[in-house]
Design a binder for this molecule. Sequence first.
Ligand code: PSU
Ligand code: MN
Length: 309
Amino acid sequence: MTTSAPHPGVVVAPEVAEALAAGRPVVALESTIISHGLPRPRNLEVAHEVEDVVRHEGAVPATVAVVGGVARVGLDAEALGVVATSDDVAKVSVRDLAVVAARRGHGATTVAATAHLAAGAGIAVFATGGLGGVHREAASTWDESADLVTLARTGITVVCAGVKSILDVGATLERLETLGVAAVGYGTDRFPGFYRPDSGHPVEWRVDDPEEVAAVMRARAALGTDGAALVVAQPVREDEALPADVHERVLAEGLAAAEAAGVRGKDVTPFLLAHLHEATGGGSLRVNVALVLANARLAARIAAAHAGG
Ligand code: PSU
Ligand code: MN
């Protein structure tokens, strides 16, 4: 349905707006992971658990989504329920936002769309699982996530567990470098591999505590290099990771299955995630949840250090 009434634009939840105005820590959270990244009914539980972790650390969570055409920064329980359980929630990157909004539809925001809306609302820190990146067949398909170019023009700090091994990690790191997006390893010299602590690629810079990240954030502002994102890559704990042999096997199977099914474009990431969850009997899901919760916790601590500094 369309209407000629003016569009309300972005609505920031009162709790989030008050925290931002008072200089208190806020952590933005994406919603594609809820709608398209995790299976039901675990997805709605996890959406709440992630918010609880942020609150437990003394920060205010701001999950971002488009609900009934309104781009919202900070969702109540009802809106979280819509994102997690409606069958008509689109996966929305930056370019899709206006179309879904004008149609008064529901949309779950990717890293790109979440970063765009959160930064616009004045939020400095964002937590997610994995960033989108360069797909393995990108040389022929040109499939590179819009997350990368959006992070190149969005000055937010993103805490993630690296990018998934379903992607071409080396190519993704090269693109981040070209695009001027800074990446630091949190407590590691290795770029994390999402389900595994090490993707097999090094990361140039290492930070070891939230205060150090906050210091980098302040220096970015002072130097005018905060127009692009800062990626803080935190490895999943080894005891919470997928065993290396399991990871290698199910990944190869998943890539072959996607190829055989002819999956393309924005459906590739959800397809592979669902395949991995199934092929590991829920093991990859447990890893995914563990690292998202750990990233939310770290993001809240970084936001607190940044707000206090
Ligand atoms: N990584 C995950 N789970 C996800 C995604 C990434 O662990 O659900 C989602 C994120 O929202 C990310 C998006 O922004 O996939 C990237 O999709 P694409 O490759 O189509 O840009
Ligand atoms: Mn894509």
